[in-house]
Design a protein. Structure first.
Ligand code: PMP
Length: 378
């Protein structure tokens, strides 16, 4: 039996999502921009999903843009704001633990002449509003801060920081990468306090290749792509109707259960088992979500343990799936020493996981320690 514990990388598509995608491809394959009935059917379908996602985020349907995923949402948010506001305000502030789709975009903007200030966590691994206030200047156009860090599960105080920023610097645009929090945390990022929010479908049992960007009414954004007039010209291109159908269905399915609550049981069980084992350090920083747990197994490189677990049909991750084996820049930013970062594993739960999965994982890690450390010292 397979035990999938890498839900922060991606989630298994919900059967209802698969039905929605294929049903749409069979029946609602018109182009939403076409003026005839087939186009209208597709447009209506897109609009229903737009409303579902808007309701889940607590905004209006007009404020939702569909994209190809959160990488595009993050690019559109950062590049779109930089282009619209950056001429007079060429400074951007972001946390130092952002996902590569934000971090690398900032590097690209820096190469174009923007100034970027990264805010690091303090000695306790915390971000404070004060640190962001210290970083912003009169020419800051944008602050970007993720809600749930994807490698450690750290729950960042986005609402608190954004509320202070809004009061002191109402003209600075506030962007939140909400990918690992959407439909999983109770806080909808204090959406009231963010101007731009990125989400992705495949982290919530939806299809890959579709996401959304919430753009608060009144925020100016320049498009990154040029093309037709779809989605107000802000995101031209024929909408990915079947994927959007799946995205909406994924949101509706997620509304029927509580990932946070179900993951808590797994998290507590794993934490307890790890505490009883030798040579394990949990990499946790103050507040965290119960569906991501990062820990290091002393003396065994992440990939070695990952593949050992895979041989037992248990799937976990070494840091972020997007960093493909390089040492985690994020763990380093949190002050995790190199040897611990090199032996870090990330376990991430969905509502499908059980306490039995956790025991199987802990038993397999213990077996791996026996076998792999022994082999290393031979
Ligand atoms: N932001 C975060 C926090 C993520 O975890 C991911 C996915 N690893 C992304 C952005 C990118 O999302 P997508 O795969 O939809 O491009």
């Amino acid at each position: 039996m397979e035990i999938y514990l890498d839900n922060a990388a991606t989630t298994r598509p919900d059967p209802a999502v698969i039905r929605a995608v294929s049903g749409c491809m069979e029946q609602t394959w018109g182009n939403p921009s076409s003026l005839h009935g087939k186009g209208l059917d597709a447009e209506l379908l897109v609009n229903v999903q737009r409303k579902t996602i808007a309701d889940a985020l607590g905004c209006t349907a007009e404020e939702i843009l569909f994209t190809s995923g959160a990488t595009e949402s993050n690019n559109l948010a950062l590049r779109g704001v930089a282009s619209a506001y950056g001429k007079h305000k060429p400074h951007i502030v972001a946390s130092a633990v952002e996902h590569a789709s934000v971090d690398s975009t900032l590097d690209a903007l820096e190469a174009q002449g923007f100034r970027v200030t990264k805010v690091f966590p303090d000695a306790n691994g915390q971000f404070t509003a004060g640190a962001f206030l210290d970083a912003v200047t009169e020419d800051t156009c944008l602050v970007s801060m993720m809600a749930v860090e994807n490698e450690t599960g750290h729950l960042l105080p986005v609402s608190a920081v954004f509320r202070v920023l809004r009061r002191r610097y109402p003209h600075i645009i506030r962007h939140c990468d909400f990918v690992q929090g959407f439909m999983k945390t109770a806080d909808t990022v204090g959406l009231l306090t963010a101007d731009l929010v990125s989400v992705s479908a495949h982290k919530i049992h939806g299809p890959k290749g579709v996401g959304a960007l919430y753009v608060r009414k009144g925020v100016r954004l320049h498009p990154v792509l040029t093309g037709g007039r779809q989605q107000k010209g802000l995101r031209p291109g024929t909408e990915a109707v079947p994927l959007i159908a799946g995205f909406g269905e994924a949101v509706r399915q997620m509304q029927t259960y509580d990932v946070w609550k179900q993951a808590e049981r797994c998290y507590d069980a794993l934490e307890k088992r790890l505490a009883e084992m030798e040579g394990i350090t949990v990499n946790r920083f103050m507040s965290g979500v119960p569906y991501i747990l990062n820990f290091s197994v002393e003396g065994i490189r992440s990939e070695t343990m990952l593949h050992f677990l895979e041989s037992k049909s248990i799937y976990v991750s070494s840091g972020s799936a997007c960093s493909k084996g390089a040492r985690s820049r994020v763990l380093t930013a949190y002050g995790v020493p190199d040897d611990r970062a090199d032996s870090a594993l990330r376990v991430s739960f969905s509502a499908e996981n059980t306490v039995e999965d956790v025991h199987a994982l802990a038993d397999a890690i213990a077996a791996g320690q026996q076998q792999l450390i022994h082999k290393n010292t031979k």
